[in-house]
Design a protein around this ligand. Structure first.
Ligand code: CA
Length: 355
């Protein structure tokens, strides 16, 4: 880890001296680690350089690359808080991003988000959301922030029938019914309960909940219902579609792309990649290649990891064949030997440098 800290310090030092940051080293070191290992690395860095690694990285990087890479040193709640703040504070509220974050979090994550938000930005998230949003979707987002979703593991079939009927009544109302009951159902029921409700709904209507939300509702409220509904039915498919939607057409919805990648790379990404290929006929990594660029692109690809199947071996062999630090190690050792001879005779380094 000492060596990695040195490499990181060297990589960031370049930026301070007006050179191009060695983003490859930064990406390689930070993405190939668990959260626990990154914590150890930060502690080691502080010990060696008396500087906060996150602060240093924030100074040395910029733009979306900074968001991705610095996010690796933050808690998921802090990362989520950043996306929510960006969504709320733009010229116009970015409902898509706001819904994409708040609607996918569980109770515990919501509570952590609210704490992190207050800590980082000195504001109460519920108040901020209430002041910036309006209408039914605003009500729904504020309700979600109460973190009151049932955590019961039991499914109440009677309740599922009642709820399905209530949803049908509102969705099929000729003049658009009062949405408060559907909001309560989507916000407060457990996922298992919602799954049972959606099955009842299909029986009642000969349609599906997702198809009806799409055809009978519109706007941001529909988006919020669709997000929760899709997640309940098949979360892997939901994330694959969200990634696809963030890149399809002109431009890229970077906030959503980054949020989903950083939310899922630890666990779900292994399932998302094949699901993406199956659903869209092309790989997620090829889409990221085409839609993003530079260090930002490389950091996303490093987190997403190689695709399964034929493509993986070529890439990984390539990487394995590359001697990780031969040149750099030598260079740094020489530098060290020249710069710091005082207290600690850097025996090893001198030896290396002499070779
Ligand atoms: Ca695009």
């Amino acid at each position: 880890m000492d060596k990695e800290c040195e490499r990181l310090n060297g990589a960031m030092d370049r930026a301070m001296r007006g050179l191009r940051t060695d983003d490859k080293a930064i990406i390689e070191i930070l993405t190939n680690k668990s959260d626990e290992q990154r914590k150890e690395l930060s502690a080691k860095y502080k010990e060696l350089y008396q500087e906060d690694l996150l602060d240093s990285l924030e100074r040395a990087t910029a733009g979306n690359f900074r968001k991705v890479i610095c996010g690796l040193l933050k808690s998921p709640a802090q990362v989520n808080a950043g996306y929510v703040k960006d969504a709320l504070e733009g010229f116009r509220v970015d409902y898509e991003a706001l819904i994409g974050v708040i609607c996918v979090l569980n109770n515990e994550e919501i509570k952590a988000l609210k704490e992190a938000y207050h800590e980082e930005f000195g504001k109460k998230l519920e108040e901020h959301v209430r002041s910036r949003t309006s209408g039914d979707v605003g009500t729904m987002l504020v309700s979600l922030l109460q973190a009151n979703r049932s955590e019961s593991t039991e499914v109440d079939e009677g309740q599922a029938k009642t709820d399905a009927q209530e949803l049908k009544n509102v969705f099929y109302a000729t003049f658009g019914g009062d949405k408060s009951v559907p909001i309560t159902i989507f916000v407060n029921r457990s996922y298992d309960q919602l799954r049972a409700t959606f099955n009842e709904y299909a029986t009642l209507t000969n349609s599906t909940i997702l198809a009806d939300i799409e055809s009978k509702l519109s706007g941001n409220l529909a988006k919020a219902f669709l997000t929760i509904g899709s997640l309940v039915i098949d979360d892997v498919k939901y994330y694959a579609k969200t990634l696809y939607d963030s890149m399809k057409g002109l431009g890229t919805r970077d906030a959503i792309l980054m949020f989903v990648v950083t939310r899922t790379y630890r666990t779900k990404m292994k399932e998302i990649k094949p699901a993406y290929l199956k659903e869209y006929g092309e790989t997620l990594t090829s889409w990221i290649e085409d839609d993003t660029s530079g260090a930002y692109k490389r950091s996303l690809l490093a987190l997403v990891g190689p695709e399964g199947g034929e493509e993986a071996p070529a890439e990984s062999t390539d990487q394995a064949a590359k001697p990780e630090t031969q040149d750099q190690g030598q260079e740094q050792a020489t530098e060290q030997a020249a710069e710091a001879p005082a207290e600690e005779p850097p025996a090893e380094a001198t030896e290396q440098a002499a070779e």
